[in-house]
Design a protein around this ligand. Structure first.
Ligand code: UTP
Length: 296
Protein backbone atom coordinates (compact mmCIF):
# COMPACT_ATOMS: atom_id res chain seq x y z
CA UNK A 1 0.00 0.00 0.00
CA UNK A 2 1.14 3.53 -0.69
CA UNK A 3 0.36 6.72 1.20
CA UNK A 4 -0.65 8.22 -2.12
CA UNK A 5 -4.17 7.42 -3.27
CA UNK A 6 -4.65 9.39 -6.51
CA UNK A 7 -3.38 8.48 -9.97
CA UNK A 8 -3.78 10.76 -12.98
CA UNK A 9 -3.80 8.96 -16.33
CA UNK A 10 -3.49 11.25 -19.38
CA UNK A 11 -5.18 9.71 -22.44
CA UNK A 12 -6.18 12.80 -24.40
CA UNK A 13 -3.45 12.74 -27.08
CA UNK A 14 -4.61 12.02 -30.64
CA UNK A 15 -1.92 9.47 -31.51
CA UNK A 16 -1.06 10.78 -34.97
CA UNK A 17 1.93 8.44 -35.23
CA UNK A 18 -0.46 5.49 -35.21
CA UNK A 19 -2.81 6.66 -37.96
CA UNK A 20 -4.95 5.23 -39.47
CA UNK A 21 -5.41 2.82 -36.51
CA UNK A 22 -6.18 5.76 -34.24
CA UNK A 23 -8.52 7.66 -36.54
CA UNK A 24 -11.67 6.76 -34.60
CA UNK A 25 -10.33 4.77 -31.67
CA UNK A 26 -7.92 5.84 -28.93
CA UNK A 27 -4.40 4.45 -29.11
CA UNK A 28 -4.81 3.61 -25.41
CA UNK A 29 -7.54 1.12 -26.47
CA UNK A 30 -5.37 -0.76 -28.99
CA UNK A 31 -5.03 -4.39 -27.91
CA UNK A 32 -1.65 -5.71 -26.83
CA UNK A 33 -2.20 -9.45 -26.62
CA UNK A 34 -5.59 -9.87 -24.97
CA UNK A 35 -6.17 -6.50 -23.37
CA UNK A 36 -6.24 -2.86 -24.42
CA UNK A 37 -3.16 -0.90 -23.40
CA UNK A 38 -4.94 1.22 -20.80
CA UNK A 39 -6.29 -1.86 -19.00
CA UNK A 40 -2.71 -2.92 -18.25
CA UNK A 41 -2.07 0.55 -16.85
CA UNK A 42 -5.12 0.33 -14.59
CA UNK A 43 -4.20 -3.23 -13.51
CA UNK A 44 -0.75 -2.00 -12.49
CA UNK A 45 -2.14 0.95 -10.51
CA UNK A 46 -4.84 -1.13 -8.81
CA UNK A 47 -2.31 -3.74 -7.76
CA UNK A 48 -0.17 -1.20 -5.90
CA UNK A 49 -3.18 0.08 -3.99
CA UNK A 50 -4.15 3.34 -5.68
CA UNK A 51 -7.78 4.13 -4.96
CA UNK A 52 -8.84 7.01 -7.18
CA UNK A 53 -8.00 7.32 -10.81
CA UNK A 54 -8.54 10.45 -12.87
CA UNK A 55 -8.40 10.06 -16.65
CA UNK A 56 -7.51 13.21 -18.58
CA UNK A 57 -9.54 12.46 -21.63
CA UNK A 58 -11.00 13.95 -24.81
CA UNK A 59 -13.98 13.78 -27.18
CA UNK A 60 -12.79 10.74 -29.13
CA UNK A 61 -12.02 8.71 -26.00
CA UNK A 62 -15.42 7.63 -24.71
CA UNK A 63 -14.62 3.96 -25.39
CA UNK A 64 -12.17 4.17 -22.45
CA UNK A 65 -15.00 5.19 -20.10
CA UNK A 66 -17.21 2.44 -21.50
CA UNK A 67 -14.46 -0.13 -21.07
CA UNK A 68 -14.17 0.43 -17.32
CA UNK A 69 -17.91 0.60 -16.66
CA UNK A 70 -19.92 -2.37 -15.43
CA UNK A 71 -21.75 -3.66 -18.51
CA UNK A 72 -24.90 -5.23 -17.05
CA UNK A 73 -26.30 -6.10 -20.49
CA UNK A 74 -23.19 -8.01 -21.53
CA UNK A 75 -23.15 -9.86 -18.22
CA UNK A 76 -26.79 -10.87 -18.73
CA UNK A 77 -26.15 -12.03 -22.30
CA UNK A 78 -23.22 -14.18 -21.15
CA UNK A 79 -25.34 -15.72 -18.37
CA UNK A 80 -28.33 -16.41 -20.61
CA UNK A 81 -26.24 -17.94 -23.39
CA UNK A 82 -24.44 -20.33 -21.06
CA UNK A 83 -21.10 -18.54 -21.35
CA UNK A 84 -20.67 -17.92 -17.64
CA UNK A 85 -17.03 -18.97 -17.80
CA UNK A 86 -16.37 -15.75 -19.76
CA UNK A 87 -17.53 -13.62 -16.84
CA UNK A 88 -14.02 -13.99 -15.41
CA UNK A 89 -12.78 -11.88 -18.32
CA UNK A 90 -14.87 -9.00 -16.97
CA UNK A 91 -13.65 -9.20 -13.36
CA UNK A 92 -11.57 -6.04 -13.92
CA UNK A 93 -14.88 -4.12 -13.96
CA UNK A 94 -15.03 -4.74 -10.20
CA UNK A 95 -11.49 -3.50 -9.45
CA UNK A 96 -11.37 -1.71 -6.08
CA UNK A 97 -10.72 1.67 -7.65
CA UNK A 98 -12.92 4.70 -8.35
CA UNK A 99 -12.82 6.30 -11.79
CA UNK A 100 -13.08 9.99 -12.55
CA UNK A 101 -12.87 11.75 -15.90
CA UNK A 102 -12.11 15.27 -17.02
CA UNK A 103 -11.52 16.56 -20.52
CA UNK A 104 -8.45 18.36 -21.72
CA UNK A 105 -10.29 20.89 -23.84
CA UNK A 106 -7.30 22.01 -25.89
CA UNK A 107 -4.51 19.64 -26.88
CA UNK A 108 -1.62 21.71 -25.60
CA UNK A 109 0.65 18.84 -24.58
CA UNK A 110 1.28 16.44 -21.71
CA UNK A 111 2.19 19.23 -19.26
CA UNK A 112 -1.14 20.90 -19.96
CA UNK A 113 -2.96 17.55 -19.59
CA UNK A 114 -1.48 17.09 -16.11
CA UNK A 115 -2.42 20.66 -15.13
CA UNK A 116 -6.06 19.77 -15.88
CA UNK A 117 -5.91 17.53 -12.76
CA UNK A 118 -5.28 20.42 -10.38
CA UNK A 119 -8.87 21.02 -9.19
CA UNK A 120 -9.25 17.28 -8.51
CA UNK A 121 -5.88 16.69 -6.84
CA UNK A 122 -5.82 19.83 -4.70
CA UNK A 123 -2.92 19.84 -2.25
CA UNK A 124 -2.18 16.11 -2.21
CA UNK A 125 0.69 14.17 -3.74
CA UNK A 126 -0.29 12.10 -6.77
CA UNK A 127 0.92 9.61 -9.35
CA UNK A 128 0.96 10.25 -13.11
CA UNK A 129 0.89 7.15 -15.32
CA UNK A 130 0.82 7.65 -19.10
CA UNK A 131 -2.12 5.76 -20.57
CA UNK A 132 -0.16 4.63 -23.62
CA UNK A 133 2.71 2.92 -21.79
CA UNK A 134 2.80 -0.50 -20.13
CA UNK A 135 5.54 -1.21 -17.59
CA UNK A 136 6.73 -4.83 -17.61
CA UNK A 137 5.42 -7.86 -19.48
CA UNK A 138 1.72 -8.11 -18.58
CA UNK A 139 2.19 -5.02 -16.39
CA UNK A 140 4.05 -7.00 -13.73
CA UNK A 141 5.59 -3.99 -12.01
CA UNK A 142 5.49 -2.42 -8.58
CA UNK A 143 7.55 0.57 -9.69
CA UNK A 144 4.86 3.01 -8.55
CA UNK A 145 5.00 1.54 -5.05
CA UNK A 146 8.80 1.92 -4.98
CA UNK A 147 8.52 5.47 -6.30
CA UNK A 148 5.89 6.37 -3.69
CA UNK A 149 8.12 4.99 -0.94
CA UNK A 150 11.06 7.03 -2.24
CA UNK A 151 8.83 10.12 -2.45
CA UNK A 152 7.72 9.79 1.19
CA UNK A 153 11.15 8.84 2.59
CA UNK A 154 13.07 11.63 0.86
CA UNK A 155 10.41 14.35 1.09
CA UNK A 156 10.90 14.86 -2.65
CA UNK A 157 8.95 17.21 -4.91
CA UNK A 158 8.96 14.59 -7.64
CA UNK A 159 10.14 11.06 -8.35
CA UNK A 160 10.36 9.90 -11.95
CA UNK A 161 10.87 6.41 -13.36
CA UNK A 162 13.77 6.11 -15.81
CA UNK A 163 15.14 3.40 -18.07
CA UNK A 164 18.24 3.09 -20.20
CA UNK A 165 17.55 3.47 -23.92
CA UNK A 166 19.85 2.99 -26.93
CA UNK A 167 21.68 6.21 -27.84
CA UNK A 168 19.95 6.35 -31.24
CA UNK A 169 16.55 6.70 -29.50
CA UNK A 170 17.42 9.38 -26.95
CA UNK A 171 16.05 12.22 -29.07
CA UNK A 172 12.50 10.84 -28.65
CA UNK A 173 12.45 11.09 -24.85
CA UNK A 174 12.79 13.31 -21.82
CA UNK A 175 16.29 12.54 -20.53
CA UNK A 176 17.65 12.69 -16.97
CA UNK A 177 20.93 14.20 -15.77
CA UNK A 178 21.80 12.36 -12.54
CA UNK A 179 23.51 14.24 -9.72
CA UNK A 180 24.20 11.09 -7.69
CA UNK A 181 24.60 7.39 -8.56
CA UNK A 182 22.62 4.22 -7.81
CA UNK A 183 19.18 2.82 -8.60
CA UNK A 184 17.60 5.82 -6.88
CA UNK A 185 19.44 9.06 -7.53
CA UNK A 186 18.96 12.78 -7.26
CA UNK A 187 18.53 14.70 -10.50
CA UNK A 188 20.51 17.75 -11.55
CA UNK A 189 18.40 18.39 -14.66
CA UNK A 190 16.01 16.89 -17.21
CA UNK A 191 15.91 17.74 -20.91
CA UNK A 192 13.03 17.06 -23.32
CA UNK A 193 14.01 15.39 -26.59
CA UNK A 194 17.72 16.41 -26.60
CA UNK A 195 20.01 15.86 -29.56
CA UNK A 196 22.52 13.07 -29.04
CA UNK A 197 25.26 15.68 -28.38
CA UNK A 198 23.16 17.50 -25.76
CA UNK A 199 21.87 14.37 -24.02
CA UNK A 200 23.16 14.30 -20.43
CA UNK A 201 22.77 10.47 -20.17
CA UNK A 202 20.89 7.60 -21.81
CA UNK A 203 18.33 7.49 -18.98
CA UNK A 204 14.92 8.23 -20.48
CA UNK A 205 11.88 9.22 -18.42
CA UNK A 206 9.67 6.14 -18.43
CA UNK A 207 5.99 7.14 -18.23
CA UNK A 208 5.53 7.01 -14.43
CA UNK A 209 5.85 9.96 -12.04
CA UNK A 210 5.03 10.85 -8.44
CA UNK A 211 4.49 14.55 -7.81
CA UNK A 212 3.85 16.90 -4.94
CA UNK A 213 1.30 19.59 -5.89
CA UNK A 214 4.23 22.03 -6.39
CA UNK A 215 4.34 20.69 -9.97
CA UNK A 216 1.15 22.64 -10.72
CA UNK A 217 2.84 25.99 -9.97
CA UNK A 218 5.75 24.97 -12.21
CA UNK A 219 3.31 23.99 -14.97
CA UNK A 220 1.76 27.45 -14.79
CA UNK A 221 5.13 29.11 -15.31
CA UNK A 222 6.53 27.19 -18.28
CA UNK A 223 6.30 28.27 -21.90
CA UNK A 224 5.56 25.97 -24.86
CA UNK A 225 8.67 23.89 -25.58
CA UNK A 226 9.49 20.98 -27.89
CA UNK A 227 6.80 20.61 -30.59
CA UNK A 228 5.11 23.85 -29.40
CA UNK A 229 3.55 21.88 -26.50
CA UNK A 230 3.60 22.48 -22.74
CA UNK A 231 6.10 19.81 -21.71
CA UNK A 232 5.89 18.05 -18.35
CA UNK A 233 9.68 17.63 -18.51
CA UNK A 234 10.10 21.43 -18.65
CA UNK A 235 8.01 21.81 -15.48
CA UNK A 236 10.17 19.18 -13.70
CA UNK A 237 13.24 21.08 -14.88
CA UNK A 238 11.83 24.28 -13.37
CA UNK A 239 11.14 22.47 -10.09
CA UNK A 240 14.83 21.53 -9.93
CA UNK A 241 15.98 25.04 -10.88
CA UNK A 242 13.81 26.45 -8.08
CA UNK A 243 15.60 24.24 -5.55
CA UNK A 244 13.09 21.36 -5.52
CA UNK A 245 14.32 17.83 -4.85
CA UNK A 246 13.67 15.47 -7.73
CA UNK A 247 14.71 11.82 -7.78
CA UNK A 248 15.05 9.29 -10.57
CA UNK A 249 14.29 5.63 -9.95
CA UNK A 250 15.47 3.01 -12.42
CA UNK A 251 13.09 0.38 -13.72
CA UNK A 252 14.21 -3.16 -12.92
CA UNK A 253 15.42 -5.33 -15.83
CA UNK A 254 12.09 -7.20 -16.03
CA UNK A 255 10.14 -3.92 -16.10
CA UNK A 256 10.73 -2.73 -19.63
CA UNK A 257 8.59 0.16 -20.74
CA UNK A 258 6.33 -0.70 -23.67
CA UNK A 259 5.54 2.66 -25.26
CA UNK A 260 2.57 2.16 -27.56
CA UNK A 261 3.27 5.38 -29.46
CA UNK A 262 4.69 4.14 -32.77
CA UNK A 263 3.98 1.13 -34.97
CA UNK A 264 7.47 -0.21 -34.37
CA UNK A 265 7.04 -0.32 -30.60
CA UNK A 266 3.39 -1.39 -30.85
CA UNK A 267 4.17 -4.38 -33.10
CA UNK A 268 7.00 -5.49 -30.83
CA UNK A 269 4.84 -5.23 -27.71
CA UNK A 270 1.99 -7.14 -29.33
CA UNK A 271 4.22 -9.99 -30.44
CA UNK A 272 5.95 -10.22 -27.06
CA UNK A 273 2.69 -10.28 -25.11
CA UNK A 274 1.08 -12.74 -27.54
CA UNK A 275 4.09 -15.06 -27.25
CA UNK A 276 3.67 -14.99 -23.46
CA UNK A 277 -0.02 -15.92 -23.71
CA UNK A 278 -0.70 -19.05 -21.65
CA UNK A 279 -3.08 -20.57 -24.14
CA UNK A 280 -1.88 -19.40 -27.55
CA UNK A 281 1.77 -18.41 -27.00
CA UNK A 282 3.29 -21.79 -27.82
CA UNK A 283 1.41 -22.25 -31.12
CA UNK A 284 2.20 -18.66 -32.13
CA UNK A 285 5.88 -19.33 -31.46
CA UNK A 286 5.83 -22.40 -33.73
CA UNK A 287 4.00 -20.42 -36.41
CA UNK A 288 6.48 -17.53 -36.25
CA UNK A 289 9.48 -19.86 -36.32
CA UNK A 290 8.09 -21.53 -39.43
CA UNK A 291 7.34 -18.18 -41.04
CA UNK A 292 10.88 -16.92 -40.36
CA UNK A 293 12.43 -20.18 -41.62
CA UNK A 294 10.48 -19.89 -44.89
CA UNK A 295 11.47 -16.22 -45.27
CA UNK A 296 15.18 -16.92 -44.64
P1 UTP B 1 2.29 11.42 -26.77
O1 UTP B 1 3.39 12.32 -26.42
O2 UTP B 1 2.67 10.12 -27.38
O3 UTP B 1 1.29 12.26 -27.70
O4 UTP B 1 1.42 11.16 -25.47
P2 UTP B 1 0.13 11.92 -28.72
O5 UTP B 1 -0.38 13.26 -29.12
O6 UTP B 1 -0.90 10.99 -28.17
O7 UTP B 1 0.83 11.13 -29.92
P3 UTP B 1 1.32 11.59 -31.39
O8 UTP B 1 2.63 12.30 -31.16
O9 UTP B 1 0.26 12.46 -32.00
O10 UTP B 1 1.49 10.30 -32.12
C1 UTP B 1 1.81 10.47 -24.30
C2 UTP B 1 0.58 10.31 -23.41
O11 UTP B 1 0.10 11.60 -23.01
C3 UTP B 1 -1.24 11.81 -23.43
C4 UTP B 1 -1.47 10.78 -24.54
O12 UTP B 1 -2.85 10.42 -24.62
C5 UTP B 1 -0.58 9.62 -24.13
O13 UTP B 1 -1.23 8.72 -23.27
N1 UTP B 1 -1.41 13.23 -23.90
C6 UTP B 1 -0.54 13.78 -24.79
C7 UTP B 1 -2.47 13.97 -23.42
O14 UTP B 1 -3.28 13.47 -22.59
N2 UTP B 1 -2.63 15.26 -23.86
C8 UTP B 1 -1.78 15.85 -24.75
O15 UTP B 1 -1.98 17.03 -25.12
C9 UTP B 1 -0.70 15.07 -25.23
Amino acid sequence: MTDISIAVVPVAGIGTRLLPATKSQPKEMLPVGRKPVVQYVVDELTRVGLQRLLFITGPSKTSIENHFDIDAELIQVLRESGKEDLLAELSFERAPIQYFYTRQRQLLGLGHAVSCARPFVGDQPFVVALGDSIIGLNAQSDVVRRMSRCFVETGADAVIAVEEVPHAEIRHYGVAMPKTTGDIFELADVIEKPTLEDAPSNLAIAARYVFSPTIFDALEQIQPGSGGELQLTDAIRLLIQNGGKVYGLRLHNHERRYDIGTFDSYFRAFVEFALADEKHGATLRTYLEELLRKAA
